[in-house]
Design a protein around this ligand. Structure first.
Ligand SMILES: C[S@@+](CC[C@H](N)C(=O)[O-])C[C@H]1O[C@@H](n2cnc3c(N)ncnc32)[C@H](O)[C@@H]1O
Length: 275
């Protein structure tokens, strides 16, 4: 027991394990995540609909979606893609959760342009080419390691047409400063989120000050198995994100105050990058 607890409390090397696929695609978790996407009271997986509407309006006013090709990476259940299509864009939606993609496909609107949905991993699978716009929304660059970020940013640059734009958001250093290290433990922790069966779970939050990274390490203990999910988050300053974009070959980089989302929200900021 002592040895097991010592392992659970051990601080892992920064970005040493990647478990995002389990978090989003394990069948029970994928269902929980879909409910989070759709539930207006819960902002863990998607922003509230009001904020999504404001963000899509901002993108439409800034870039004119009608007739533009746009690829939404990590599209989830299609909360953005469906709105892009209503504005007349030619839309690709990519996500590795088949559960979310199925929901998005079933809930297409008939008065919108068609949307091409694909179950794929944007880190390893091919992306569509010659896109006018690529979006990666709700800080989805932040769970990735520096190497994964360079891989993805380079792929996105290659996906864009010569005048294309990559639109995304990221967690700020202000958000990092509000994170505290700590431990939570409980039976069926997070109201049964982690399993449909009875379980105990530890959630240990670590901060890595010199890297501006946080980790929520979840250890889930069921009757016959113990498993782990590592939720890493990289927090950025405008300078640190600029450096990574430049390394991946982006030339124009502009920062926005949250794409029409509440400007008093200092936890995230928006970026528009072009080749
Ligand atoms: C925080 S959610 C945001 C979803 C959507 N952008 C929104 O704001 O409603 C992250 C989404 O990215 C997907 N995702 C994470 N990593 C991925 C990867 N490597 N390849 C494809 N999809 C991924 C997840 O399945 C999930 O739907």
């Amino acid at each position: 027991m002592y040895k097991q607890l010592a392992e659970i409390y051990q601080r892992p090397e920064v970005f040493s394990v990647y478990t995002a696929e389990t978090l989003w695609t394990e069948p029970h978790l994928a269902n929980q995540m879909l409910q989070f996407h759709l539930n207006q009271e819960n902002v863990l997986a998607s922003r509230p609909i009001e904020a999504i509407d404001r963000m899509v309006d901002w993108i439409n006013q800034s870039f004119g979606l009608k007739g533009k090709s746009i690829c939404d990476l990590g599209c989830g259940p299609g909360l953005y893609t469906s709105r892009y299509a209503k504005h007349g864009a030619i839309v690709h939606g990519i996500d590795f959760s088949s559960n979310s993609i199925n929901y998005a496909q079933k809930n297409r609107s008939i008065d919108a342009t068609p949307i091409t949905y694909r179950v794929a991993n944007y880190l390893t699978d091919a992306l569509p080419t010659q896109q006018d716009l690529v979006t990666l929304i709700y800080c989805d660059l932040c769970p990735l390691s520096p190497i994964q970020r360079q891989t993805l940013l380079t792929k996105i640059r290659q996906t864009l047409s010569p005048h294309g734009r990559f639109i995304f958001d990221a967690f700020s250093i202000d958000a990092f400063e509000s994170v505290s290290e700590g431990v939570c433990f409980g039976r069926n922790h997070m109201n049964g989120f982690w399993s449909a069966r009875d379980y105990f779970a530890f959630q240990i939050t670590f901060k890595y000050d010199s890297e501006a990274v946080s980790l929520d390490h979840f250890t889930v203990i069921e009757e016959d198995r113990t498993w782990h999910v590592y939720n890493w988050l990289q927090y950025f300053s405008p300078d640190s994100i600029r450096l990574e974009l430049e390394q991946a070959g982006f030339g124009t980089i502009e920062f926005t105050e949250g794409f029409g989302v509440d400007p008093s929200d200092v936890a995230t900021f928006g970026v528009v990058a072009g080749v």
